[in-house]
Design a protein around this ligand. Structure first.
Ligand code: DGL
Length: 266
């Protein structure tokens, strides 16, 4: 039961996953690491993302974590196997839970996965969805502009709507019945994405699905903290501390961030 849950991301976006875990399991202690010095991961090669991820994992393990969450979709897509081989705590990524939910939600039409360039290029979501339901058709689209838009807080204005329209218009009315938000930042743009893809499409939020997987993994290992123990302790680390991180983080979290420290793992 003891030990925090460790969560890492390339930066601030993983706070959507952190938030979902906190809502699902408020009594758990959480340690979050955002690799703000080296972001973005979404444009980088597998080799680099694996190397950065391993450094993050090493840091979180030094905090005695009982479970590791890879909140970054790009790191989950590119580095999960290497991470699982290197650690002896349970590891939850965001791709498998998202794929599971998409495979269950689809009415048998097409599933559209949107994410960073590296996530899309890896084909990890497609593979994971087809493993679960081989008869589905999986389409993918990189939507890199959604990341800066979310960080700027431009989630519901004319620029966000136009970007979503340009990215998603080609998929509208084509038989897509399920769309996977395959990037940490995309849940913030949920409304404009839903509007652009059109009615009747189920949106799968990988962050929320990952939080459910965390609960299941802890429950099966009998390592869940009971809610009558009160709220868990939260600790945030970043590899580059900037004022920007704090303000963007508070938007993502929907509240103030306490206990924020810079660490040197680069
Ligand atoms: N966290 C990344 C992801 O979910 C998005 C930001 C980045 O490219 O580093 O893929």
């Amino acid at each position: 039961v003891t030990g925090p849950i460790g969560v890492f991301d390339s930066g601030v976006g993983g706070l959507t996953v952190y938030r979902a875990i906190h809502e699902e399991l408020p009594s758990e202690d959480l340690v979050y690491l955002g690799d703000t010095a080296r972001l973005p991961y979404g444009t980088k090669s597998r080799e680099t993302v694996v190397r950065y991820s391993m450094k993050n994992v090493e840091f979180l393990l030094s905090h005695g974590i009982k479970l590791l969450v890879v909140a970054c979709n790009t790191a989950s897509a590119l580095a999960l196997d290497e991470i699982r081989q290197a650690v002896d705590v349970p590891v939850v990524g965001v791709v498998e839970p998202g794929a599971e939910a998409a495979a269950a939600a689809s009415r048998g039409g097409e599933v559209l996965v949107i994410g960073t360039e590296s996530t899309v290029r890896s084909g990890a979501y497609e593979k994971a969805i087809l493993e679960r339901r081989p008869t589905l058709r999986v389409l993918q689209k990189a939507c890199p502009l959604f990341v800066p838009l979310a960080e700027e807080g431009w989630v519901d204005n004319v620029v966000a709507r136009e970007a979503a329209r340009i990215y998603l218009e080609p998929f509208r009315g084509r038989g897509v019945d399920t769309l996977v938000l395959g990037c940490t930042h995309y849940p913030l743009l949920r409304n404009v994405i839903a509007e652009a893809i059109g009615p009747g499409v189920v949106l799968v939020d990988s962050a929320r699905e990952a939080a459910r997987s965390v609960r299941a993994a802890l429950a099966s290992a009998l390592r869940i903290r009971q809610s009558d123990w009160g709220p868990g302790e939260k600790h945030f680390f970043v590899t580059d501390a900037s004022e920007r991180f704090r303000s963007v983080a508070e938007t993502f979290l929907g509240g103030p961030i306490e206990r924020l420290e810079r660490v040197d793992i680069v």
